[in-house]
Design a protein around this ligand. Structure first.
Ligand code: ZN
Length: 133
């Protein structure tokens, strides 16, 4: 598999509206707008940083993965996303190496990207997202 770069860091926040002030007003990043991914019960807000992005994640439901994350650990970095050249190939390879996959097949995430998550039990506790755009 070929990893091209860190695509984005996913940061769980209680509110994108409140959370974004630090990233825009203090750090001077540009807010690129938000998008709701209904299937994942999350609204995402993107802030480009060089070739990568910061992605703020706000849950749209109390039982969503981001709400559960905040309940357990509080706000903070929830996942790291690597952009890969070919996500299907990457998943096949990881599976053959015994890596636990949350998504056996890619699904569609924010911005229409193909995404898949690897299980933190196989990745030193880090929720890793692969994405292909
Ligand atoms: Zn992400």
């Amino acid at each position: 598999m070929k990893i091209l770069k860190i695509d984005h860091l996913g940061i769980a926040v209680n509110s994108i509206g409140e959370g974004k002030q630090f990233w825009t007003d203090v750090l001077g990043l540009k807010f690129e707008g938000s998008e709701t991914v209904a299937e994942q019960k999350v609204t995402t807000g993107f802030f480009p940083v060089g070739e990568s992005e910061v992605e703020l994640l706000e849950s749209t439901a109390p039982d969503g993965p981001v709400a559960k994350y905040i309940e357990k650990r509080g706000e903070g970095i929830q996942h790291v996303a690597f952009r890969v050249e070919n996500i299907e190939e990457a998943l096949e390879e990881l599976k053959s190496k015994g890596i636990r996959l949350i998504d056996e097949k890619p699904r569609i995430g924010a911005g229409g990207a193909k995404i898949a998550f690897l299980h933190p039990k196989s990745t030193n506790g880090v929720l890793v997202e692969l994405c292909e755009r």
